[in-house]
Write a protein that binds this ligand. Structure first.
Ligand code: SF4
Ligand code: SF4
Length: 67
């Protein structure tokens, strides 16, 4: 279940240093999560480290789209 960032992202950079996998990268208009790198912080934290630091709540866990 990776995290996705929606268009409410204000590019505040708060989440970027929280990610142990460097999965949060700048996209065309706002930050996005590299779905191949996001592990939901497994092995590092008990829950996603990025979601709680986002000031606009634009990060969401989604169901894994891969089989
Ligand atoms: S859930 Fe963890 S691994 Fe995934 S983007 Fe957020 S901080 Fe990075
Ligand atoms: S913390 Fe939220 S608003 Fe800030 S860059 Fe990350 S996703 Fe965007």
């Amino acid at each position: 279940m990776p995290v996705v960032i929606d268009s409410d992202c204000i590019n505040c950079d708060m989440c970027v240093p929280e990610c142990p996998n460097e999965a949060i990268i700048m996209g065309a208009a706002h930050y996005v999560v590299d779905l191949d790198k996001c592990t939901e912080c497994e092995g590092f934290y008990s829950e996603p480290a990025c979601i709680p630091v986002c000031p606009v709540d634009c990060m969401t866990l989604i169901a894994d789209t891969k089989a």
